[in-house]
Design a protein around this ligand. Structure first.
Ligand SMILES: Nc1nc2c(ncn2[C@@H]2O[C@H](COP(=O)(O)OP(=O)(O)OP(=O)(O)O)[C@@H](O)[C@H]2O)c(=O)[nH]1
Ligand SMILES: [Mg+2]
Length: 376
């Protein structure tokens, strides 16, 4: 195995303009070329704003799906070369689909990071899981991202022969395989992630075990390929990106070349604060909060003023999130402000207000702003 690349918490800050999204088309999937454009004829220019797009371009969707905490968001950030999706050691961090755009040569890949797939009982959980499956359904390439480190029982050598594949993981694999066998066109990679946490001499066994599970779940029959990787350190990620790129269909780009995401700046800012809240708050509390950006203003001096509501369900939760003398919310705010300043390349004034909004999980508006189906 080649040497692991360093894993910066925050990769190089983007040029600020890359965060301002300007979709060139509202089409859900990349428009297919006409018969003639598949030959040496140039693709028709779909709109005046596409005039700068190179002719004979390729564009498509690649969905990153899998159980919670397997490293999907870490992989998205690594593929983009900078941080877009929030990442925490806790399960169910990602709540909605996050599109990251990777444009190089003639190809634009729209990577879709998705919420983890897990047995969902609440309305929010059902909406999250549905959003993940929806992304997979519209993709040209699907990566099932698995955490092999967790199966490896934290590296205890004596357990390696008992390597257990969690039930959730098998379910995801079997369902993707079933769709492919039933005629879904997307090609599949099974990304065995966190391979850095498995001792080198044990990796062949992990590989062997993964093939056995692929056989059992129908993924082998569906033509899926196994790919060992470390999203955190970058091993195997370039090869994966090349595989994805080669699977994108011909068609005009959906976004300008320099864009990083279609995510509105307000949602991006709320996600940064939510990551910090996830890290600072203990136990179940992170799952009880939502963050809403209420204003986002570019000021004359070049700085940005952002106000956000931190929504909790009960008064007792408000007390914990606020902390004694406001210590907890100040800590969340300070961490979020630092990261936002780095990401946006400007001084950021961030004002967080903790509010009790009893039923935010039953509020249709919250789901709409995340692009989730309220009735999932
Ligand atoms: N050792 C190791 N840890 C990783 C790797 N990839 C991700 N992680 C860690 O795994 C944890 C979960 O990563 P995420 O990227 O948030 O996982 P996710 O699949 O997006 O999780 P959800 O959004 O909750 O579904 C974090 O602590 C990451 O740092 C890897 O390649 N190696
Ligand atoms: Mg995630």
């Amino acid at each position: 195995m080649t040497a692991f690349l360093p894993a910066p918490a925050l990769l190089s800050p983007p040029r600020r303009s890359r965060y301002f999204y300007t979709p060139l088309s509202c089409a859900k999937t990349a428009p297919q070329p006409s018969q003639s454009s598949q030959t040496s004829q140039p693709s028709p220019v779909a709109s005046p704003s596409l005039a700068d797009t190179p002719i004979n371009t390729f564009c498509g969707f690649a969905a990153l799906v899998g159980p919670s905490n397997s490293g999907k968001s870490t992989l998205l950030n690594r593929l983009l070369g900078q941080k877009l999706a929030i990442v925490t050691p806790k399960v169910q961090t990602t709540r909605c689909r996050i599109a990251g755009l990777a444009t190089s040569d003639a190809t634009q890949v729209v990577y879709l990071d998705t919420p983890g797939i897990f047995p969902a009982s609440s309305r929010l959980a059902r909406a999250m899981v549905k959003s993940a499956w929806k992304s997979a359904a519209s993709a040209d390439a699907i990566a099932i991202v698995l955490d092999v480190a967790v199966m490896f029982h934290e590296g205890r050598r004596q357990d390696i022969r008992k390597l257990v594949v969690p039930k959730d993981t098998e379910t995801v694999m079997a369902r993707v395989a079933e769709k492919r066998i039933k005629g879904h066109q997307a090609e599949i990679k099974l990304c065995a992630n966190k391979i850095d946490a498995v001792p080198e001499e044990e990796r062949p066994f992990v590989e062997e075990r993964m093939h056995a599970v692929m056989e059992k779940t129908g993924l082998e029959e569906a033509g899926a390929q196994l790919h060992m990787m470390s999203a955190r350190y970058g091993n195997g990620v370039d090869e994966f990106a090349t595989w994805v790129k080669e699977r994108m269909p011909m068609g005009p780009w959906l976004y300008p070349e320099d864009d990083l995401t279609d995510m509105p700046s307000r949602l991006l800012a709320a996600e940064v604060s939510r990551e910090k809240a996830f890290m600072v708050l203990k136990q179940e509390l992170p799952y009880e909060i939502a963050i809403e950006t209420t204003s986002y203003k570019d000021l004359a001096d070049g700085s940005i003023r952002i106000t956000q509501d931190v929504l909790v369900a009960r008064k007792s939760q408000k007390m914990i999130v606020t902390g004694r003398g406001g210590a907890v919310i100040k800590e969340i705010s300070m961490r979020a402000r630092h990261e936002l300043a780095e990401v946006l390349g400007s001084t950021v004034h961030l004002i967080l207000t903790v509010k009790v909004r009893g039923k935010w999980k039953e509020d249709r508006r919250q789901y709409e702003q995340w692009g989730l189906d309220f009735n999932a």
